[in-house]
Design a protein around this ligand. Structure first.
Ligand code: DLL
Length: 431
């Protein structure tokens, strides 16, 4: 563990610490951010009314739209002269989200990334190959500062030029790979193409995130690269990568509760759900200076557990994110997450881990097309074999999700590879 004093803290003490930090944050945003002051007034709440951690549920939510409405700096709780770094995420709807950090915010972020890297097997001895994009995206620089903090040797290669990536991993003896899970697969394929065996490399583990990926995908990555693969979650608004990460148990991602308070709500009714229920993750930051967020609706679907973890950490765990409340496809009235289809495909196991979902509407009927690649060998086999496999997949999607899909097996390497977040869904409906 990087910081056992905090990561192992007894719950009772942890909750006391959270409460003190929450109160400070509320006082500060009330004083410094007109948006929060007005919002609290409108709901008839004052920071002084919050008398226990449970009272947090009486506070109003913050959402991505609020960030956009206050673009670029109006939610900042510090003077711009205190801000030492800006990041931004482009999102899909035009106005980007801008986030800022004081030096102290960067120190907290590095601390959280140090914890995540150590829990994924990183140490001073590690050579960490960072193939997340550098720049306004938080992936590259976020991992970078954590890796330097633990004293590892850092390769800040960023994304792209995949053959060069492989040569560097081999020549520099990288031990830990950090990138999106879809890029990890692409790197693994490139290793094969270059006639290298994973055993000839020194990779031991990987820290993969920035997009949803299933446990089946984990097995494929672990097999292909001969490593332990760990999940890391985060979003720029909250801090970047490091909002939660997996430990050796690989059974949920610990949220550092000395910095964040997590809740799960029903995205429709906005009511807080009991522990264990699946719903939308809501996070309140309790140590951030420039962009403190109160009850921020992440849009990510997961569940929480405070059950004891075999690794010894006491902090709450969230399950792997199954998708976003706004990415959930509603196809003929059925809720479908792309990750559920990924799981079905990888369970059947005769296809490659590259797929794309095409949703369309014909008349008033939604249609779901599933394009998935098969291996070179399979493709050159008889057409009949392909048809049979298409039927197997179609039946399984129908069994598990209760919807019919048009399944099409496609030639190897025809679905576009991604160096960052993969685009799994093309929704052609005009909704
Ligand atoms: O993706 C930060 C990050 C970088 C996380 C590197 C992990 C590793 P944004 O670009 O703001 O920030 O996108 C945030 O990506 O709300 C989730 O929907 C999704 N996401 C991030 N990590 C995971 C994950 C970064 N491990 C959005 N599993 C979030 C599933 C993830 N979804």
């Amino acid at each position: 563990m990087w910081h056992p004093r905090y990561e192992n803290m007894e719950r009772q003490h942890l909750e006391k610490l959270q409460f003190i930090r929450l109160k400070n944050t509320l006082e500060r945003v009330n004083l410094m951010v007109p948006y929060y002051r007005n919002n609290f007034q409108a709901t008839g709440i004052e920071p002084g009314d919050i008398k226990s951690l449970n009272d947090i549920s009486s506070l109003p939510f913050t959402s991505k739209n609020d960030l956009r409405d206050n673009y670029p700096f109006s939610l900042f709780a510090t003077d711009l002269s205190e801000v030492v770094r800006i990041h931004s995420s482009s999102g899909t709807s035009g106005i980007p989200t801008v986030v800022g950090y004081t030096q102290n915010d960067l120190d907290v972020w590095s601390e959280l990334m140090a914890r995540a890297l150590v829990s994924a097997g990183g140490s001073k001895e590690s050579v960490i190959h960072i193939a997340y994009g550098y720049g306004l995206f938080t992936g590259g620089l976020g991992v970078h500062y954590g890796a330097e903090k633990i004293g590892a040797t850092v390769i800040p290669i960023s994304g792209g030029q995949t053959k060069r990536q492989v040569r560097m991993i081999r020549d520099l003896g990288s031990t830990l790979l950090a990138c999106t899970p879809s890029y990890a697969i692409f790197i693994a394929e490139t290793i094969e193409e270059m006639n290298l065996k994973p055993e000839e490399l020194n990779l031991k583990s990987g820290l993969f995130g920035a997009e949803p990926w299933s446990n089946n995908m984990r097995r494929i990555i672990e097999d292909k690269l001969n490593i332990d693969a760990y999940d890391i979650y985060g979003l720029s608004e909250i801090i970047g990568p490091g909002v939660s990460s997996e430990c050796s148990a690989k059974n949920g991602l610990h949220i550092p509760e000395d910095h964040f308070i997590a809740e799960i709500i029903d995205p429709k009714t906005q009511k807080v759900l009991p522990e264990g229920s699946t719903g939308e993750l809501v996070i309140t930051t309790i140590t951030k200076e420039t962009l403190p967020l109160i009850r921020y609706r992440t849009g990510d679907i997961t569940s929480l557990t405070r059950e004891k973890c075999s690794c010894g950490r006491t902090h709450v765990r969230m399950s792997k994110v199954s998708g976003r409340s706004d990415d959930m496809l509603i196809i003929r009235g059925v809720n479908v997450f792309p990750s559920q289809i990924e799981s079905i495909l990888l369970d059947i196991g005769e296809t490659e881990p590259h797929y794309q979902l095409v949703v369309d509407r014909v008349g008033s009927m939604d249609t779901l097309g599933v394009k998935v690649e098969v291996s070179e060998q399979m493709f050159s086999d008889r057409i009949k074999g392909l048809e049979e496999l298409e039927n197997v997949i179609r039946r399984e999607i129908d069994n598990v999700l209760g919807i019919s899909a048009e399944v099409k097996l496609v030639e190897p390497k025809t679905i576009q590879r991604s160096e960052g977040k993969a685009q799994r869904v093309i929704d052609q409906r005009n909704l």
